[in-house]
Design a protein around this ligand. Sequence first.
Ligand code: NCD
Length: 305
Amino acid sequence: MKNLIDIMQMSTEELQELVDRAMDIIANPAKYADACRGKKLATLFFEPSTRTRLSFEAAMYELGGNVIGFSEANSSSAAKGESVADTVRTVGCYADIIAMRHPKEGAPLVATRTAGVPVVNAGDGGHNHPTQTLADLLTIYREKGTFENLTVGLCGDLKFGRTVHSLISAMSRYKGVKFVLISPEELKVPRYIITDILEKNGIPFEEVTSLEDAMPQLDILYMTRVQRERFFNEADYMRLKDTYILTPEKLRNAKDDLAILHPLPRVNEISVAVDDDPRACYFKQVLNGKYMRMALILKLLEVNV
Ligand code: NCD
């Protein structure tokens, strides 16, 4: 594997290898402290980010490497009209690996053609976000000890939420997984996810609108933000933004060992009163993201530890 653009590029074995590596990093951090000495990661972020960019950077520092990059398109030559292809061809002369976020779907794939170094998709428009899925998978693994026989509820903006698309793709390969897709009519998962992933592979799923009704059967609840920046008009966003707000009351019918995930940032969809519930895993998920990005950097740079 030279790049990570879509989570489906990785086999089940490769995903498990990354999970195992992350678990070893957690257990033996000192072993990895110099693993990327002399290597540089470039973070090219053409869209806002807190966790993804900073966790990539923290990951590289914890591996003993260095980081260069920019955090907004306006501070790069994109503002002068430079193409993505030329920008990454240039950055490939300076860095050993590139993590790139871009509002246009497919931009990181275009980048792989000229970069000359590994490219990681750190989110492309409303399409995919494979490294968030790595964070999600490690969280599920640490909470549940398995990826199999789980009922996974995804709630909120399933249309524009790129993390949702990547997580469904990844989880669809495990035995006994069932999806409950909870959204308003307007924000249902794109048709291609239903036909090309779920129906094609005979994976059980239901599309529902009520979070409360779905709650009792869930092992995982993946809440998401309504993606304001992908809406065509503000009125639709205002109408839909507070459709689902998870509160302690709504968790009354939930399983005792439910794991509540959210890729963050949270806007309004999880009440802060839920944060103290032992089932809330979204800040653990943040930390898991850093370990999985460390494991991914090691893999793409072919560093043996
Ligand atoms: C997500 C994203 O950028 O898609 N954030 C993240 O990377 N953790 C989710 C979101 O913005 O809602």
